[in-house]
Structure formats: C-alpha cells, structure tokens
Design a protein around this ligand. Structure first.
Ligand SMILES: *Cc1c(COP(=O)(O)O)cnc(C)c1O
Length: 450
C-alpha cells in the first residue's frame, strides 16, 4: 500500500496544544515598549481575542470550529505516502513515509492556519488583515482564507520576491488581495529603510514591521503571522495527528521525524503530537532541518529578540541570528527568517528535539531524486527535509538498521521553476555560512531583565 488515506470523518476535530505537556516553563513574550511581559491589551491591538487565548492557554485541546472544518475539508485529510520508489532507489532498509501538504489550495501547509486565523478575526468583528510574505506561500494562503470569509487583505511582499515571483503575486490578486512591494512608502518603517537603503531587496523581518505598523495604527485592521507563534503551531498539529492515525493503519510508528524549518510551523505541526507521546515514554526522535546559510537553530543564540527589523513585535525567547540579520537570497525563501518558534526553540534548548543543516546544492540534488522516484516536484523549502532524510537513509543502510522515517513534504514546487531551471542549467549559486554578518547582528540583541 503506497498511499494511506483517511476518510473525511476521521479528520481530527481538535488541535493539540503542547503547552499543556511541556516538562519545562516557557518565558513569556516581552513588550518592546515596557520591557515587561506583554499585556493582553497590547496584543489585542493587532490580534483577535480567541487567537490570543490560544497563544497563551495551557488547555491541551482546542475544538476546531465547524466553519473552519468545512473549509479545511476541501483538501484534508491529506495523504500519507510510503515512498517505496525512493527507498528502492536509495537501497535503504528504512521505511520512509511522507505527509503531503502540497494538495492544499496554496500548495503548502500554510492554509491550515490561514483559515482559522481569518475565521477568528471575522467572528471578532475584523474585516481587514495585513500580513507579510517572503516567497509568497503565506500571502497566497491568507489571500485564499480571507476570500473564503469575504475579508480584505493587504500583503507586504519582500521586494526581491515581488520582482522574481510574479506568479505568486498573481495568485494573491486572483483571490482578491492587494500586494505591495516591501519596503514601501506606506509605512514609517518602509520609508526609513528606503531613505537609508534605496536599493534594498527587502527582508521578511522588515515586511513584518510594515504589516504590524499598519495594523497597530488602524482599528479596523488586524495582523496575521504565518509561522513562529504558538497558535500557528497549534493549528498545524492537524498534520501530525492525521499522520499518527495513518501510520497506525499501516501498523507502523516513526523512529525519526523530519521537517524543514523556517519559523517552525510545519515541523511543529508534524512533530508536536508525537512529542506528546515521547513525553509519555515513546522512543521517537524529531529533527528540524534548516539551510546552512540561515542556520538559526544550529548556529543562532538562545536569547530574547524581536520578531521584526523595526522592533515593533514582542520580544520572544528563541534561537535567533539577530533581528537585523539579512539572510542570503537562497531559493528556499520560506526558510529565510532570523528567528524560530519559541516552542521549537525551547524544545531544542532542552534537548527534546534535534536540528541539522543542509546546503543549497544538496537540496536540489535531493529534489531530483525525489521527483524522479515519487513523481512530485517538492518546494525548495521541503527539500531540506528530503535531503536530511536521504542522508539518514544512507546511514541506516550502512548500519543495516530497519527503521521508520516520517517526514513532512510541506509543499510542492510548482512556483519555483526559476530555481529548478538555475539548478538544471548549473547556474545556481551556493551560499556559504555568513559568519561575520551573524556575529555582527547578534551584537544588537535587546536587554531583557524580567
Ligand atoms: C513557509 C514554508 C515553509 C517554512 O515555514 P515553517 O513555518 O518553518 O513551516 C516550509 N515549507 C513550505 C512549503 C512553506 O511554504
């Protein structure tokens, strides 16, 4: 059996909140204004009450509201696929399964949280959102979700992607969103950056500043973030819960779980439900995989830092490369973020999970092997997980160990043909680890004394 499907009625009806089960405390988010833990009032300027509750609550499960279930069921449950052909090509004794999130309207896992975020804003009386997007996947997902609920959306799109990925722009407009290149003249953060660096390619950290600044300044508008925050990881746990049911149908259980890591949401989504069982004694190893050129988890510092460049967001305890770090323009745009989810960071810091890096050249090699065996062209982001899985499968072959590997195929790469073309033409540039830039930006971490 290659494809393990759940019926509609077996779709999980709750999200799993790992905050209920963490064997250690998490530091609270800190206000950039007062230097003390943020108050709900500060957060309510840009987030609706129900999402704020999910962000802070220790409640173990949250019911998925019926209108959200209805939209999610347009593409969920997603398939779990046994990668027989990949296993054979690698000659590995490992059993490899992947959860395929590319079947969603935006082609990635991101609509799993875009839909509930739009919904909770809508029922809280908000009809307009702002957000940022790097490679375009989050903007596409939120555009779809806002359109489902009849809401307006303005997307600040990192300028280099705005120019390089015109079809993602079209995708967002097709769903009714307004797309603006960031930095823009619409915000103070954007104007300041343009005055200082007129030719800047932009960054995710700066686009977040613009979207937050606008939302904080308009009572009719809230802000939505596609990764990093606790409630985003919560919404993504539907992936891991489904995978657990599907593996049970195949009479299997993972020894190793892999997910690529940008802000931590697809990795958290697949891993957190299994970590609940790890806390209860199961032997399972979860590993987040990031680019060698933006090595937040493996080379960053575990510290308090801002989520954005202009220091408007709360300060969170996380692995960070520094809020003003400008990651190299790797093709996996969704992994170019200076920080990491506080939950993933704390799990790593306490030795519950592992983290690894892979080079850009290796991810495209892995992509070719995967596409030519399994028939799916993966997103360059997802290829980080694939490359790490292939590395592990080779090691298991060496050891003659028959283990089970599960990974999250977070999205397809149909909008990434430019990157694939460069790889096939041998014009892809590899990026070294930007040691000096990271050392410099880590000098600018805020002081926090709680
Ligand atoms: C955005 C994105 C990522 C990275 O974000 P996470 O929050 O770390 O999951 C990974 N894969 C795809 C396909 C994406 O769109």
């Amino acid at each position: 059996m290659d494809k393990i499907l759940l019926s509609q009625k077996d779709m999980p009806k709750q999200w799993y909140n790992i905050l209920a089960d963490l064997p250690f405390p998490m530091a609270p988010p800190v206000s950039p204004v007062t230097g003390q833990p943020v108050t709900p009032d500060e957060m309510l300027r840009i987030f609706p009450g129900p999402l704020l509750e999910q962000e802070m609550s220790p409640q173990r499960f949250f019911e998925i509201p019926e209108p959200v279930m209805e939209i999610l069921s347009l593409w969920r449950p997603t398939p779990l696929i046994r990668a027989h052909r990949l296993e054979k090509a690698l000659g590995t004794p490992a059993r490899i399964y992947y959860k395929y999130e590319g079947v969603s309207p935006a082609g990635s896992h991101k609509p799993n949280t875009a839909v509930p975020q739009a919904y909770y804003n809508k029922i809280s009386g908000i009809n307009r959102l702002t957000t940022e997007t790097g490679a375009g996947q989050w903007g596409s997902s939120l555009a779809f979700a806002c359109q489902q609920f009849g809401m307006d959306l303005r997307v600040y799109m990192v300028r280099i992607s705005f120019t390089q990925k015109p079809y993602r722009r079209t995708f967002m407009r097709l769903f009714g969103a307004e797309v603006v290149a960031s930095p823009s003249e619409l915000t103070q953060a954007g104007r300041d950056m343009l005055a200082a660096h007129p030719d800047t390619p932009g960054s995710l950290g700066l686009a977040i500043s613009e979207a937050v600044e606008e939302a904080a300044g308009r009572p009719d508008t809230n802000y939505a973030l596609g990764s990093v925050l606790n409630h985003v990881l919560l919404h993504q746990t539907i992936i891991g819960q489904e995978a657990m049911k599907q593996l049970a149908l195949a009479n299997d259980y993972p020894d190793f779980i892999y997910g690529c890591h940008g802000g931590g949401s697809n990795f958290g989504g697949i891993a957190l439900p299994f970590l609940r069982e790890k806390f209860a004694g199961k032997d399972v190893t979860a590993i987040a995989v990031e680019p060698a050129s933006c090595p937040t988890l493996t080379k960053g510092t575990f510290a308090f830092d801002y989520g954005d460049t202009a220091k408007l967001t709360p300060i969170m305890q996380m692995y960070t490369l520094g809020h003003d770090f400008m990651p190299p323009a790797v093709h996996a745009g969704g992994l170019r973020y200076h920080g990491a989810a506080p939950i993933v960071s704390a799990l790593l810091n306490h030795g519950v999970i592992g983290a690894e890096t892979v080079d850009q050249s290796d991810i495209f090699k892995a992509a070719l092997v995967f596409a030519r065996t399994e028939g799916i062209i993966p997103a360059p982001e997802s290829c980080h997980a694939i490359a790490a899985v292939i590395r592990k499968a080779a090691q298991l072959k060496e050891e003659g160990a028959s283990k089970t590997i599960l990974f999250n195929l977070s999205g397809h790469g149909h909008f990434d043909m430019g990157a694939y073309e460069a790889y096939l033409d041998n014009t892809l540039e590899d990026f070294a680890y930007p040691a000096e830039a990271i050392e410099e930006s880590l000098k600018h971490l805020p002081e926090v004394n709680l």
